[in-house]
Design a protein around this ligand. Structure first.
Ligand SMILES: [Fe+2]
Length: 185
């Protein structure tokens, strides 16, 4: 089940230290899904994924949101080309003009988003969690200690693969996002 909490980059422990100590430096302050929505514009859905290709609730979301293109991203060192470079790019703070829509088929990972005050919110996702990150939101992605995730990616009819590393404050999608953020989405 999805969880979201504030993080401080300076307090993030490395994987090795986390494995040894099995704790965070500070206990997480969890946010409700409503708070997450109001602070970042992120939409969350829970989807049954064992037969996701024929899952009615997923079809309904696709129809409602206009998603008609999809693919699978299997983030595994033997199955993803340029694995290390891609993970590095995913963890570099960036934004897209369009929504980033991800449904977790297997494994787990973290999506980090900036709130309106520029603080990082970490969202831990696992099987059956679906996130819709708004276009223009600054975010990044990283694996967790399990080290593996398989994602179903959804797009509108014309997938826009473009990505802009921060700063991209003058991009029209970023400007539109900030306007909505100020209003609390
Ligand atoms: Fe992204």
């Amino acid at each position: 089940m999805v969880k979201a909490w504030y993080i401080n980059d300076e307090e993030l422990v490395t994987d090795e230290r986390a494995k040894r100590s099995e704790r965070h430096l500070n206990p997480p302050q969890y946010l409700s899904l409503d708070d997450l929505r109001h602070r970042t514009g992120v939409q969350y859905e829970r989807v049954s994924v064992d037969n996701y290709e024929t899952e009615d609730s997923l079809q309904e979301i696709c129809t409602q949101k206009g998603y008609s293109y999809s693919d699978v991203l299997d983030i595994h060192p033997q199955r993803l080309e340029n694995y290390s470079q891609k993970l590095e790019a995913f963890y570099t703070e960036h934004m897209h003009p369009d929504e980033e829509v991800r449904l977790v088929l297997k494994g787990s990972a973290y999506f980090d988003l900036r709130d309106v005050d520029n603080n990082w919110i970490r969202i831990g996702v696992e099987k059956g969690d679906m996130l819709i990150l708004p276009g223009g939101s600054y975010h990044r992605f990283t694996l967790d200690l399990n080290g593996y995730i398989k994602l179903f990616r959804l797009f509108g009819s014309k997938p826009d693969w473009s990505s802009f590393n921060r700063p991209a404050d003058s991009h029209p999608a970023r400007i539109a996002y900030v306007e909505k953020a100020i209003m609390g989405f």
